[in-house]
Design a protein around this ligand. Structure first.
Ligand SMILES: [Zn+2]
Length: 196
């Protein structure tokens, strides 16, 4: 499988970093990398894997609704990854459940969480002095098809994230480095919002 070895190493490294923050508890979260566009082919953590102690064989390859390389099943949330790759021009999608992102998502009933007045907005690509980031927030549908559909509708081009209420955050970018920076910036901002 072309590109899989490099993808495995990148995902293992990213997962170790997120685990060091304590953001991959109880097998939660999932990480993916795009391997090809047409048809959309992604390397993704397999369902049930302990992402805090991820191994090469925990990364599988998914295309056209099926696993085409590796053993195991993709997470039920793979549809959200797919929606993000189809709507945004990105190559890496990371998802974590944290106490801070859950609490931040519950601070508003609105379809977006407004964040302003913090230097860390620059890490999300917002450089203007009066910048406001409107992070889309969707409800946590138990029906994963509804969740993927809601994600597809809610995504906005300029914001590299999506919050699912009382569930978790998706952050993405054109490189692994960008996705990690976006994820860490959002989590910083959630913690700051909660203590402000
Ligand atoms: Zn999740």
């Amino acid at each position: 499988m072309e590109g899989i070895y490099q993808a495995q190493q990148q995902l293992l490294k990213a997962a170790a970093r997120l685990a060091a923050h304590g953001w991959l508890r109880a097998t939660s979260g999932n990480l993916s990398l795009k391997l090809a566009d047409r048809p959309l082919t992604i390397a993704i953590t397999r369902s049930g894997a302990d992402k805090a102690e991820l191994h090469e064989d925990d990364i599988i390859v998914w295309r056209n609704d099926q696993v085409i390389w590796g053993d195991g099943q993709v997470s039920a949330e793979c549809g959200v990854h797919q929606a993000i790759y189809q709507r945004a021009k990105v190559n890496a999608v990371f998802h974590v459940h944290t106490v801070a992102n859950n609490l931040a998502s519950a601070r508003t009933d609105a379809p977006c969480l407004e964040i302003r007045g913090n230097e860390m907005l620059k890490a999300l690509g917002f450089w203007q002095e009066d910048a406001v980031v409107r992070l889309p927030v969707i409800e946590n549908h138990s029906n994963l098809e509804h969740l993927a559909l809601a994600a597809r509708k809610a995504l906005v081009a300029e914001v590299p994230g999506l919050l699912i209420r009382n569930h978790g955050l998706y952050a993405f970018g054109t490189t692994v480095k960008d996705s990690l920076r976006h994820l860490e910036a959002f989590e910083f901002l959630f913690e700051w919002l909660l203590t402000a």
